[in-house]
Design a protein around this ligand. Sequence first.
Ligand code: ADE
Length: 418
Amino acid sequence: MKYDVKDLKLAPKGKKRIEWADRQMQVLTLIRKEWQKKKPLKGQTIAACLHVTSETANLMRTLKDGGAQAVLCASNPLSTQDDVAASLVKDYKIPVLAINGEDNKTYYRHLNAALDYKPNITMDDGADLVSLLHSKRKAQAEEIWGSTEETTTGVIRLRALEQRGLLKFPVVAVNDAQTKHFFDNRYGTGQSTMDGIIRATNVLLAGKNIVVVGYGWCGKGAAMRAEGLGGKIIVTEIDPVKALEARMDGYDVMPIAQAAKAGDIFVTVTGNINVIDVPHFKTMRDGAIVCNSGHFNVELNLAGLNKITKKKREVRDFVVEHTLSGDKRVYILAEGRLINLASAEGHPPTVMDMSFANQALAAQYVVDNHNKLEKKVYDVAEAVDQRIARVKLKSMGIKIDTLTKEQKKYLADWEQGT
Ligand code: ADE
């Protein structure tokens, strides 16, 4: 088994973390128990490029128990939990290629090593494996039955490939399942982003002007939780509907050029490039704290910031101080990488449970249907969403109502009016 982790001696701590997360992942546990008997993934090889966390570990265990040979590499160089990686290798015999803090070259060496396992299914969080299979490893794309994608940014890239007619195999857009983005993107990002900012800086959020750049599901979550901690929220948007929504949710809405002057803390969650740019850094207040919770580290123009930086030093773990002209200081957290996974632990298991139940069932869908699937981006079936939500509710001890016969009939009618 070829693997590359920081230190296998870290495994005992990792195992406890994996088990702790598992206790809060009831939907995935149920799928795992079923799969231990039925082995729906028997004979398949799955290469997953996901954040190497305790929650992901439980997905990998599920895939393995379903009969697959599963291999894991990281979808971000800073998010790997080294103890979890060690435990996956030592205790669960699942190969992992990931070391926290790895440089770009090692990151790609690990992705390539995962693809060297010759998977017929890939799983991505940000489409990096799919990108490799469409660029440097094109020939291997023929062997892929299908892939699954975890995040908004990845789905956007994949739909772009599909629209240009370049997609080489089917992909399931796990992100777009309701039981994924309503919960993971909103409550997961909301809580873990605040957790990341607090762990990195230990600043009080109450009374601060907190600028949330982008009001998608992640932005909504970040704004909601930052407000809950006493922040005064400013939202910036390019989409008029989302901007209206933010305003009616009670937040100030303004262009980033204006918000840059007013903010104490900035969080980007747009999935786009240079949304905080050099002119914005130049007009920020002394002491402004800037971080990103979007998938890639492109949202802050750090190359531009470095050019106007007179002095730079690390003042705490994950906090780098840039001194600009006039001795103004701007603080960048976690090198502009996902703050929630770099300085905190990512989303809590309760939401990752539903995201990864979708991932597991999407992999099964690819196995069951690969002969019929076209080179397209597929949504998760509504029935899967409904099943996951029902199991989750049950695990929380919550019961809901069902339609009466009369109500069903009424909904199917078009004749009954006033
Ligand atoms: N993405 C966000 N949070 C995560 C977590 N805890 N595990 C894996 N991927 C994540």
